[in-house]
Design a protein around this ligand. Structure first.
Ligand code: PLP
Length: 378
C-alpha cells in the first residue's frame, strides 16, 4: 500500500505507541490522585506540556490539552466569545476546516455578524480583503495557518500585526493543525494543534491560549487543565503526543526534506500527463506535505476508487461536502470550479513516504487517467 493521505491522519510513531502503552499498562493512575505514582504521573504530564509549549514558543501554563483539533477550535471560538460582553463581528477565512466554518455558521445563527474573508487562487487569505472587513466591533478573527487542501501558508504574523494596528481589541485564533511542527511558530492569541497529524495517536490535541486572553471553558467539572478543560487527563495520549513532538523536533529538517522530495517528484512525474493543473501555491511556497492537482476530464472520486483498488490511498478533499459534485467549498472559494474541481485529488505526505513511492504512484495515476479519459470520450 502507498499511503498519500497524511493530512487526514498519520501512522502512529512506534515510540509514541510504546509510550502510550506504558502509560496504559504501567503508569495508569489518575494524575489528580494523591499517592506517589500518581504524583509522578502529574509531573510527567507537566514535562509533556513543557515540551509541546516550547515548540509553540509558549509558557507551559498557556497550553491546555484537549481531545482533538476540533475541540481546540471549538473551545477557542465559542469560549473566547463567551468571555466577552455583547455580540459583534466575527471573521473567519472562507477555506477553514469545518470545525471552524461550522462554528462560524452557528455564531451567525446566534446573532453574530459573521463574515468570510476571501482567498486567492492558491487558498491564501487576501490581506487587503481581510483588512477591509475589520471593524471596531470585530471580536474575533480565525484564520488557519496551513490550508489542509491546497497547502497554502497564510501570513499569520502580518495578520496579527494588522489586527493590533486596526482592531486592537480583536482576538486572533489560528487553526495550526496542519502546520504544527512543520512551520515556524506565529504570533496570535490562540493556536490549535492535533496529535494525529504528526504521528501521535488520534484523540489528543492542545490549545495555546496566550496569557491574559480570556476563554470560558467548554467542558466544566473536575477542574483539570487549570479549570479550562475538565475530564480525567488522557495521560497515555498526552505522553505519546509529547514523544511524537520530541521526535519531530529532533528530525525536523530531515523530515521536511523527505516530504518535499516526494512532493516535488510526484509533481514533476504527474506534470508529464497532459491537461493537469496544480491547485495551490508552487512547490517552494506551500507546505511540504500537501499537493493538490486536477486531472481534467476525470472525476476525482472515480480516480480515487480506481487507485484505492491498486493500494494507493489519496483524497478528493477534506471531509466537508467534498463528495457532492461542484460542492467543494474550499475549491469554490479558490475559484476552482467545473471540470477542474471535479478532477481534483489531494496527495499528502509524511517522512515515511519515499520518492520510489512517488514514481509508482505516478505510473498508476497516469495509467488510470488515460483509461478514464478514454471511457469518458466514448
Ligand atoms: N483543522 C484542520 C486544518 C484539519 O486538517 C483538521 C483535521 O483534518 C482539523 C482541524 C481537525 O482535527 P481533529 O481531527 O484532531 O479534530
Amino acid at each position: 500500500m502507498i499511503y498519500f493521505d497524511n493530512s487526514a491522519t498519520t501512522v502512529c510513531l512506534p515510540k509514541a505507541a510504546e509510550t502510550a502503552r506504558a502509560y496504559m499498562l504501567e503508569s495508569y493512575f489518575n494524575p489528580a490522585a494523591a499517592y506517589a505514582p500518581a504524583v509522578q504521573l502529574e509531573r510527567d504530564i507537566s514535562s509533556a506540556r513543557a515540551v509541546i509549549a516550547a515548540e509553540l514558543r509558549a509558557e507551559p501554563s498557556e497550553l491546555i490539552f484537549t481531545s482533538c483539533g476540533t475541540e481546540s477550535n471549538n473551545t477557542a471560538i465559542f469560549g473566547s466569545l463567551k468571555a466577552m460582553r455583547g455580540k459583534g463581528r466575527v471573521i473567519v477565512s472562507a477555506v477553514e476546516h469545518p470545525s471552524v466554518y461550522e462554528a462560524a455558521m452557528e455564531l451567525r445563527e446566534a446573532g453574530y455578524d459573521v463574515r468570510f474573508a476571501p482567498v486567492d487562487r492558491t487558498g491564501k487569505v487576501i490581506l487587503s480583503e481581510l483588512a477591509s472587513l475589520l471593524t471596531g466591533d470585530t471580536r474575533l478573527v480565525s484564520v488557519m495557518h496551513v490550508n489542509n487542501e491546497s497547502g497554502a501558508i497564510n501570513d499569520i504574523d502580518d495578520i496579527y500585526a494588522l489586527l493590533r494596528r486596526n482592531a486592537p481589541d480583536c482576538l486572533l485564533h489560528v487553526d495550526g493543525v496542519q502546520a504544527f511542527m512543520k512551520e515556524a511558530p506565529v504570533k496570535c492569541d490562540m493556536y490549535s494543534v492535533s496529535g494525529h497529524k504528526l504521528h501521535a495517536p488520534k484523540g489528543i490535541g492542545a490549545l495555546l491560549i496566550r496569557k491574559g486572553v480570556r476563554v470560558k471553558p467548554y467542558l466544566i467539572g473536575g477542574g483539570q487543565e487549570s479549570g479550562m478543560r475538565s475530564g480525567t487527563s488522557n495521560a497515555p495520549s498526552i505522553m505519546a503526543f509529547s514523544a511524537a513532538v520530541s521526535d519531530y523536533a529532533e528530525h525536523r529538517a530531515e523530515y521536511r526534506e523527505a516530504m518535499l522530495a516526494v512532493k516535488k517528484r510526484l509533481f514533476s512525474n504527474l506534470s508529464r500527463i497532459r491537461d493537469v493543473r496544480l491547485n495551490g501555491p508552487d512547490m517552494e511556497h506551500s507546505a511540504a506535505h500537501i499537493l493538490n492537482m486536477s486531472f481534467m476530464g476525470v472525476r476525482g472520486e472515480v480516480l480515487l476508487n480506481a487507485l484505492s483498488e491498486k493500494g494507493l490511498c489519496v483524497s478528493t478533499g477534506s471531509a466537508c461536502a467534498a463528495h457532492k459534485r461542484g460542492k467543494n467549498r474550499i475549491l469554490n472559494a479558490m475559484g476552482i470550479t467545473g471540470d477542474r474541481q471535479d478532477g481534483a485529488i489531494r496527495f499528502s505526505f509524511s517522512h515515511f513516504n519515499t520518492v520510489e513511492e512517488a514514481d509508482i504512484a505516478a505510473q498508476l495515476i497516469e495509467e488510470h487517467v488515460n483509461l478514464l479519459r478514454r471511457f469518458r470520450r466514448r
